[in-house]
Design a protein around this ligand. Structure first.
Ligand code: E4P
Length: 216
């Protein structure tokens, strides 16, 4: 399973990259706004900055919701860097736009996916990645990881090449469960990635080793 970081914060992207286990980045308009990025030039420059840190797929989301707008915007985003993946919402015009990008050799990430039916449509359109939002599903007291498992099974049964990118990760346990059911990629906040490091027995064991090392 590949690890992406789900943020537009350059410091956090650098920190995750320095761990040596980072494979890519996802952003969305909310994450970009959180960093105070305003205006077309600033948005483009921010994606350039992210691509300069991470040598892997960087999802850049369109803000148009009509076919022509998404295609025009996506073309500009894709021209920033070879690693840019155009992120398109799961709506009717979005599916048309994904098919257009597929036919024109541009990578896409279909976002805001909450059902297996939506994931099938995204794969039929040739999306490179599909992003089911598991945390938001859990927020409604459904089981987001079950959806990941269902989509993985469908894609395997049908031979779809679209990668399952588990998004809206809220905890280290989400990452472990997504790995268990065969997600291709998890996009996570830095806290969930570093949360995987933690175990009290590791801390107790290390403290003991360090204390005994003084007697060597
Ligand atoms: C990533 O591609 C998604 O936009 C993101 O994971 C959504 O996460 P949230 O539900 O925490 O906003």
């Amino acid at each position: 399973m590949r690890f992406f970081i789900d943020t537009a914060n350059l410091d956090q992207i650098k920190e995750a990259h320095d761990l040596g286990i980072l494979d890519g980045v996802t952003t969305n308009p909310s994450l970009m706004a959180k960093e105070g990025i305003k205006g077309q030039d600033a948005i483009m420059q921010h994606y350039r900055d992210i691509c300069a840190i991470v040598d892997g797929p960087v999802s850049a989301e369109v803000i148009s919701t009509d076919f022509e707008g998404m295609v025009a915007e996506g073309k500009k985003l894709a021209a920033i860097h070879d690693n840019i993946v155009v992120k398109i919402p799961m709506i009717k015009d979005g599916i048309k736009a994904i098919k257009w990008f597929t036919d024109n050799g541009i990578q896409t990430n279909c976002t805001l996916v909450f059902s297996a039916g939506q994931a099938i449509l995204a794969a039929k359109a040739g999306a490179t990645m599909v992003s089911p939002f598991i945390g938001r599903i859990d927020d409604g007291s459904w089981d987001g990881v079950k959806l990941i498992e269902q989509i993985v099974n469908i894609y395997n049964a049908q031979g779809f090449m679209t990668e399952v990118l588990a998004a809206s990760i809220r905890s280290p346990l989400h990452i472990v469960r997504c790995a268990e059911v065969g997600a291709d990629i998890c996009t996570c906040p830095l806290s969930s990635i570093t949360g995987l490091l933690k175990h009290p027995l590791t801390d107790i064991g290390l403290a003991q080793f360090m204390a005994d090392a003084k007697n060597l």
